[in-house]
Design a protein around this ligand. Structure first.
Ligand code: NAP
Length: 314
């Protein structure tokens, strides 16, 4: 629905950062409006078990996000299912235009747009995306029942995806470019105890092989980083789990960013280089990137915005 309106606090993004900012903003009587973006609930909606959210020994990612959304609405935030197309921070009030044609002006803006899956960048990866190449085991694992598949990456996501995929696949090979994982130790232990997963150390993926008709994957060409030797693994699926890219394109060239596209914030705060624009969560954080740290930063952003707005009106 098209809207043209002014709000005091606008929040963009609906992960733990955005919803926490909305809860705090609403409780500060700022009547925040939150625009959810293309993937309401963010990255946690494509994970399964979350076992490190305090107070929940085990909760499904999508359930946790629905509960956060309900909480934000109950606190008094307005949550809009829309996607932001353009932001103009060059003048006050800040202007935001959405895909649905709505335009907003706001006194304070919280950027909580998070991050998206990183891809290997191979032409053959593009070719077979959706036809055997995926970045979401939760979404696509079911299609690989009885297949021999591979996962690439060595972080928490790769290990969790490999473990999850053993529910469906005949075998899972974890391809990693080094000889040790960066995933949490508890996940590593689960991986090494799982006989359905075979790690392939010191290898990178150089090409995904397949057929055109039907379009499907038949193999993965890998290179040994120590010898440069290449071999082909007969696999019918590849899950890419090599990290994330911050979703900062909407403010590129407007707020200061650093290598990798992460938005720069003042030390110990969520203030960006533009007064009135705050950033938090995976958009700024290349180190911790946890649901709980994102939520903490969402809280900080709301408190920073509240202080900014109070000083504006003083
Ligand atoms: P990550 O921790 O950044 O790990 C990315 C992995 O991909 C690394 O092992 C990296 O190798 C590898 N890699 C990167 N670029 C590559 C390339 N071009 N080719 C081959 N390998 C490549 O990313 P993540 O696993 O997505 O996790 C992101 C954050 O979310 C982390 O902070 C993680 O703790 C968090 N997370 C938490 C949970 C949980 O708590 N349950 C679940 C998922 C994610 P190197 O190791 O050699 O750099």
């Amino acid at each position: 629905m098209a809207e043209n309106r002014h709000v005091r606090l606008l929040i963009i993004g609906s992960g733990p950062t955005g919803y926490t900012a909305a809860i705090y903003g609403a409780r500060a009587m700022l009547e925040p409006v939150l625009i959810q973006g293309i993937q309401p609930g963010g990255q946690l909606t494509i994970t399964t078990d979350v076992e490190n959210w305090p107070g929940e020994k085990n909760i499904q990612g999508p359930d946790l996000m629905l509960r956060m959304e309900e909480h934000a609405r109950a606190a008094g935030a307005e949550v809009l299912t829309d996607h932001v197309a353009q932001i103009d921070t060059s003048r006050k009030p800040i202007r935001v235009r959405s895909d649905a044609g709505g335009s907003f002006t706001c006194d304070a803006l919280i950027l909580a747009t998070g991050a998206q899956a990183r891809w290997l960048g191979l032409p053959s990866e593009d070719k077979y995306k959706g036809f055997g190449v995926s970045a979401c085991a939760t979404c696509d694992g079911f299609f690989f029942r009885g297949h021999d598949i591979a996962v690439v990456g060595g972080g928490n996501t790769a290990v969790e995806e490999a473990l999850f995929l053993t529910r469906f696949a005949n075998s899972v090979t974890l391809i990693h470019r080094r000889d040790s994982l960066r995933a949490e130790k508890i996940l590593q232990r689960r991986l090494f105890e799982n006989t359905g997963i075979e790690p392939l150390w010191n290898h990178t993926v150089t090409e995904i092989l397949g057929t055109d008709d039907p379009k499907s994957v038949t193999g993965v060409r890998v290179r040994d980083v120590r010898t440069e030797d290449e071999t082909v693994l007969q696999r019918t699926g590849l899950f890419v789990a090599i990290g994330h890219i911050p979703a900062s394109e909407l403010v590129a060239g407007q707020v200061e960013t650093r290598s990798g596209g992460y938005v720069v914030t003042e030390s110990g705060s969520t203030k960006t280089s533009v007064p009135g624009v705050f950033a938090a969560g995976d958009l700024v954080d290349s180190v911790y990137r946890q649901a709980v740290t994102s939520a903490g930063m969402g809280c900080m952003a709301a408190l920073d915005a509240e202080k900014y707005l109070a000083e504006l009106n003083a």
